[in-house]
Design a protein around this ligand. Structure first.
Ligand code: SAM
Ligand code: SF4
Length: 334
């Protein structure tokens, strides 16, 4: 293996998130506009190129890979990619292969994912009400996702539900969603909505429901204990003592988590973003395509990691989405 990837702030980069497509079968209001323009297919890395990119990172010390999008499971032949990358789990070079999905295709793919070595999936779901689900995802249908969740559990996949906390939308479902996750033995994480992309007139500041308030809402019904557990990412965890449930909070706007950041993000076109909240990126597609040998690519990766910034600039103070990043979450792969 090559020398490990260490950034200028002595953080080891061991976690790569890869967006395999910018396309999606939903149009969540906080993520995409209804008339979203997608990239021409020729801009995308091929599945073989995605494999080579990931394999190179694994050779440089990446131990955890999360596949995301867009909706990763709508990319054509994506199971080929999962099966191929699974070889790094078999060899022990990779510790974990996971994905973040909206769940719509899980009924079809859960068994194949398990066979490829995936053991845990994050499923995004903000409401258990069919009408509200259709409203927030615009194109999504709740029963299909629930069937996907059933299939994933049947296949043996552990599930974490990611719910975006939306003021005036799912505040009243805090208890229902929490109990539903407990009854199905699924973890639950709340995500604070982030100011990303042009969403075609949606008022994103108005959608912001602070996770401090979510936590306070839990404290009305449960004894909430802060846990020390960290994952190197923006999640913090609490335990609800009455049920023993662990609840995660992803609060990129309220807390500084950057000091322990161990991750970088690759887009489906081969751009490497060193920080979710900054515009700086490195094009890895050109060095990848420049030669069959990986020397140029490895050089470009090291040069990019050497530019990883100390932290991000998101700030909702004064009710302005300061530090707003113009690209969509579906581009960088949330
Ligand atoms: N389509 C997959 C899904 O929905 O799980 C994977 C990609 S999606 C961009 C990844 C995560 O980003 C989802 O959990 C979604 O809720 C979250 N997300 C999208 N836009 C967001 C925003 N503006 N603020 C916070 N989270 C967002
Ligand atoms: Fe699609 Fe996920 Fe974005 Fe929703 S959050 S539109 S499911 S990429």
């Amino acid at each position: 293996m090559n020398a490990p990837l260490i950034d200028p702030f002595a953080r080891a980069i061991s976690y790569l998130r890869v967006s395999v497509t910018d396309r999606c079968d939903f149009r969540c209001v906080y993520c995409m506009s209804e008339a979203m323009q997608f990239l021409p297919k020729k801009e995308l890395l091929t599945l073989e190129e995605l494999d080579r990119m990931c394999t190179t990172f694994i050779g440089m010390g990446v131990r955890k890979l999360r596949i995301t999008g867009g909706e990763p499971l709508v990319r054509r032949d994506i199971m080929q990619f999962f099966k191929g990358i699974g070889r790094h789990l078999d060899s022990g070079a990779l510790e974990e292969l996971t994905l973040t999905t909206n769940g719509s295709q899980l009924e079809r793919f859960a068994g194949d994912l398990y066979a490829a070595g995936v053991r845990r999936v994050n499923i995004s779901l903000d409401t258990l009400d069919e009408d509200k689900f259709a409203r927030v995802t615009r194109w999504g249908r709740l029963p299909q996702v629930l069937r996907g969740i059933d299939a994933a559990q049947k296949a043996g996949l552990q599930i974490k539900i990611n719910a975006v906390a939306l003021k005036g939308f799912n505040e009243d479902e805090l208890g229902t969603i929490t109990k539903w996750c407990a009854s199905r033995d699924m973890k639950l994480t709340w995500i604070e909505v982030m100011p990303m992309g042009d969403l075609g007139g949606e008022d994103r500041v108005g959608q912001f429901w602070s996770l401090n308030d979510v936590r306070a809402a839990y404290a009305q019904d449960y004894t909430v204990t802060e846990l020390a557990e960290r994952t190197g990412g923006p999640a913090r965890y609490v335990r609800l003592e009455e049920t023993g449930q662990t609840i995660g909070f992803i609060t990129p706007l309220s807390h500084n988590f950057c000091e322990s950041c161990n991750r970088v993000r690759l887009t489906c076109t081969g751009e490497l973003y060193m920080c979710l909240g900054q515009e700086d990126m490195a094009d890895l597609r050109a060095p990848l395509r420049a030669s069959d040998d990986n020397a140029q690519l490895e050089h470009a990766i090291r040069a990019a990691i050497a530019r990883k910034p100390k932290g991000h600039d998101f700030d909702y103070s004064r009710q302005r989405a300061d530090g707003q990043v113009t690209r969509h979450m579906s581009h960088t792969g949330g």
